[in-house]
Design a protein around this ligand. Structure first.
Ligand code: SF4
Ligand code: SF4
Length: 91
């Protein structure tokens, strides 16, 4: 699952342009129909070879909004990734 945007997302758009691989879509394009931003797991590279920390989570102003999902077979996985459901940025 790469990284997951949770329902605490406030649709602020801070993350979308930070993604180096355009894996994020806004609420209008969320394939689940939820009114929040969404990360395509088949595109997210967890920012490996781009940044030290997932750029979306660094940009997000909402505490613990973006969390780790499961690693996806065949996709890059951060060596620093936490367990599924744990926030990427913790205070
Ligand atoms: S972790 Fe990186 S590649 Fe994945 S959605 Fe966030 S910014 Fe994009
Ligand atoms: S930066 Fe965070 S709160 Fe803003 S749209 Fe992205 S996931 Fe949602």
């Amino acid at each position: 699952m790469a990284v997951i945007i949770t329902d605490t997302c406030i649709n602020c758009a801070a993350c979308i342009d930070e993604c180096p691989v355009e894996a994020i879509v806004d609420e209008d394009d969320n394939p689940t129909g939820e009114e929040i931003y969404y990360v395509y797991e088949d595109k997210c590279v967890e920012c490996v070879d781009h940044f030290d920390v997932p750029a979306c989570a660094e940009a997000c102003p909402t505490e613990e909004c973006i969390v780790w999902g499961d690693p996806i077979e065949g996709m890059p996985a951060s060596k620093d990734r936490g367990d599924k459901g744990t926030p990427i940025i913790e205070d």
